[in-house]
Write a protein that binds this ligand. Structure first.
Ligand SMILES: [Zn+2]
Length: 297
């Protein structure tokens, strides 16, 4: 009787050991399945990264601020955001002060490698003392960002260098085609001017050669003072500006007020900071913007 009990106990113990070993094997093979975890700061950078890493095996790209529709500009990190960096290898950022929370990530996860998409950009739009960091609305600058991210990847994950290079070339070809569509319209002719209440479009207007008067709103047009609105109305009247631009999700109260006082029209452009998450998301958004620009000018 005693002997039997001992044998049963040993058998149970063996079964448990085997189960634990199998469990651990599963865990580690699952870990191996995702070799490289990449976190992007926000939507435009996410779409660039999806294109560059398309088809790469055992790699996971997640977008940090995925459910946030505003500009990452004035974003506050959440605990859930920080958690995404726990086993991340690479963080891809827009750069130039867009990610004001970056130090918190560096402090919490010093091993996460940083890729800065802005390193190749040279023709900055100044906003007072600061550089406007909304580069991606210029197709030229968007291409430079794609190139910078690709170089970062090739350095950090050399085993996939060739694939990244290939993907980059395919994507840039598509972007060049998009650029050609824009280039067939001479928006900059006749010294056209626009008033913009959204700083994300400064690089788009620079790209198409249209003179932009930017009213700094920090993406909060509703917060414009009555005095600023009065000044803008004067400026639009005096310069004969016909177009007022806001973003797709922006409050339109002030824009409508300026329009009703001046006879200028309000147009909504898409800042490409949200979309369907597809590889061609940016390209499709910029095509939609092109149609609006054609009506505008
Ligand atoms: Zn912004």
């Amino acid at each position: 009787m005693k002997k039997r009990n001992i044998i049963i106990s040993i058998a149970i113990l063996l079964v448990l050991i085997v189960l634990i070993v199998i469990g651990n094997l599963n865990k580690s093979s699952h870990k191996d399945a995702i070799r490289l975890k990449i976190v992007t700061s926000f939507y435009p950078i996410y779409i660039m990264t999806l294109n560059i890493t398309n088809g790469a095996e055992n790699l996971e790209v997640s977008n940090m601020a995925e459910n946030y529709v505003g500009c990452i500009h004035d974003y506050t990190l959440t605990t859930a955001d920080l958690k995404k960096f726990e086993d991340a290898a690479i963080f891809i950022q827009n750069g130039y002060g867009m990610e004001q929370f970056i130090q918190k990530i560096v402090d919490s996860y010093p091993n996460v490698k940083m890729v800065d998409s802005s390193t190749k950009i040279t023709d900055f739009v100044q906003e007072g003392e600061e550089v406007n960091p909304h580069f991606w609305t210029s197709i030229d600058d968007y291409i430079l960002q794609v190139e910078a991210i690709t170089e970062g990847f090739k350095e950090l994950d050399s085993s996939n260098s060739e694939l990244y290079e290939q993907n980059k070339n395919t994507y840039i070809q598509k972007l060049q085609d998009l650029k050609a569509e824009y280039d067939s319209y001479e928006f900059g002719a006749n010294e056209r001017q626009v008033v913009s209440l959204n700083e994300a479009f400064s690089y788009l207007f620079k790209f198409i050669g249209v003179d932009e008067t930017l009213i700094e709103t920090d993406h909060e047009q509703s917060a414009l003072s009555a005095e600023t609105v009065r000044d803008v109305i004067e400026e639009v009247k005096n310069s004969g500006i016909k177009a007022i631009v806001i973003g797709q999700n922006d409050d339109d109260q002030n824009a409508n007020l300026i329009a009703s006082e001046t006879g200028a029209k309000v147009y909504r452009l898409n800042d490409a900071m949200s979309g369907d998450g597809s590889l061609d998301s940016y390209i499709n958004t910029m095509k939609e913007n092109l149609e609006i620009l054609k009506i505008m000018f």
